[in-house]
Design a protein around this ligand. Sequence first.
Ligand code: SF4
Length: 234
Amino acid sequence: MWQDLMNEVRDQQALFDIAVRDWIAGYALKQGTIHCGKGCHACCSLAVNCTFTEALAVSTSLADRHAAALADHAAKIRSAAFAAPDFPSFLRARRALGGCPFLDSDGACGVYNRRPFSCRSLLSTKESRWCGADFSTLSREEKQGFVESLDQSVAAFPMHYVKATQDLGQDFESCAAGRMAETFGFGLYGNLPVLVFLEREHRLSETAPKGADAVREQVARAGCNHPFLITFSP
Ligand code: SF4
């Protein structure tokens, strides 16, 4: 069952990549620039969420060097979630932990072919320094200058990432979550490293056929039962 779901996600990701390439080409025709490129990883310290099927695809292809860093990273994200008084605080704490555990030393994504829709959909209309910026430290004038510099016809205002590809990525994500729900009676969504950790250390995919309650119990036993980390649907 899982193999079929992962194959579907792989096919959908290929379609999504074509749509993104087309979007970038169309934007270039209007003199628009996307600043993303191999080795640029300034956005890889953001909290990345995805469906469990996408995380499972990452888990099955994980190299030893990434697996070794995973447990420690997942533990830090878990602590950050339980310590944070609200979601923005969690996002800041997540960012302070540094890059994604799947980054390679040259700054390239180590799971590039399996990376989830949320990573594929993030296109920057500004230079990479803005992807790594801590906006809470900017002056009012700096923030205003940033906002005024945005191409508001495409940006997910007040951020500089492209709205259309993020919206499309969410549609594809919903489709993947829906397929899991059709198959197992529930959908599972959450933080990418935490989901991959749960699969590798606790074999969540083997529990899923027993239903949502069994998975909930397993997530709780692993200490990951927090809405910033894991959510169930419907
Ligand atoms: S999965 Fe790859 S692209 Fe996504 S945050 Fe991690 S290193 Fe970056």
